[in-house]
Design a protein around this ligand. Structure first.
Ligand code: IPE
Ligand code: IPE
Ligand code: MG
Length: 238
């Protein structure tokens, strides 16, 4: 698999934790814990395969609709994993950044944990992990418009490049999106950045997504024919 085309910016909607647990007769919480273990295995592997930026969907603005028990379990899990295991990210040389409304209704200790992990890993150079948490694609665009209006920009100052500078993070477009669990939808994830991404929907639940699955996904991507509105073979022109 050497010399293959590797996406620069890859994204994963990690889905299926609940169904994975249910199939095993476990609580949904156990599925979320298993999902985090999977992340710890595959994130360093993905960067080792040559991906520079990995965006993951950890919690959507809509996920606050879930039961109070599930939401509070997930909030505690974020604190546990991103604070108590921050050494993992520091030692793996991964720069962790967060996208989303890092504000209320996220509990204060979650907000502090995220900011602290960003600070601790800010000088790391082995890959950028963009964690989308309390994130919504619509909210990101609305928040960007608000900042533009607050900044007093004039209509003639605005183009796509300027607009992008007001998104949560300055990142290049997503090349390749994977959504596990067989669901074939975007669920309000990175709408602006996904404009020309290739999509791949493996049936597997996220806790079972392993290094071998990453290799299969990267092979799928390498075979895609990206055209960006042009045509592949210029000799086909009239
Ligand atoms: C993804 O798994 C994790 C989060 C959304 C936080 P789900 O919890 O959505 O799992 P399913 O879709 O119910 O199986
Ligand atoms: C999307 O998954 C959000 C995350 C993976 C964090 P959901 O499981 O919440 O999405 P829907 O409700 O099935 O569209
Ligand atoms: Mg789901």
């Amino acid at each position: 698999m050497k010399n293959t085309i590797i996406p620069r910016h890859m994204a994963i909607i990690l889905d299926g934790n609940g169904r994975w647990a249910k199939e095993k007769g476990l609580s949904r919480s156990k599925g979320h814990v298993a999902g985090f273990e999977t992340l710890k295995k595959i994130v360093p592997y993905i960067f080792n395969r040559g991906v520079s930026i990995l965006s993951i969907f950890a919690f959507s603005t809509e996920n606050f609709k879930r039961s109070e028990a599930e939401v509070s379990f997930l909030m505690n899990l974020f604190v546990n994993k991103f604070r108590k295991e921050n050494k993992f990210f520091v030692d793996s040389n991964i720069k962790v950044i967060f996208s989303g409304r890092i504000a209320s209704p996220l509990p204060d200790n979650v907000q502090e944990t995220l900011r602290e992990l960003e600070r601790l890993t800010s000088h790391n150079t082995g890959g950028i992990l963009n964690v989308c948490l309390n994130y919504g694609g619509h909210s990101e665009i609305v928040d960007a418009v608000k900042k533009i209006v607050q900044g007093g920009l004039r209509v003639e100052d605005i183009d796509e490049e300027v607009f992008e500078a007001y998104l949560y993070q300055r990142l290049p477009a997503i090349d390749f999106l994977i959504r596990t669990s067989g669901e074939k939808r975007v669920s309000n994830f990175m709408l602006w950045q996904l404009a020309y991404a290739e999509f791949y929907f493996p049936e597997i639940y996220f806790p079972d997504f392993n290094e071998e699955q990453v290799d299969i996904a990267l092979e799928v991507y390498a075979k895609r024919n990206r055209r960006f509105g042009g045509i592949q073979d210029e000799t086909e022109s009239d």
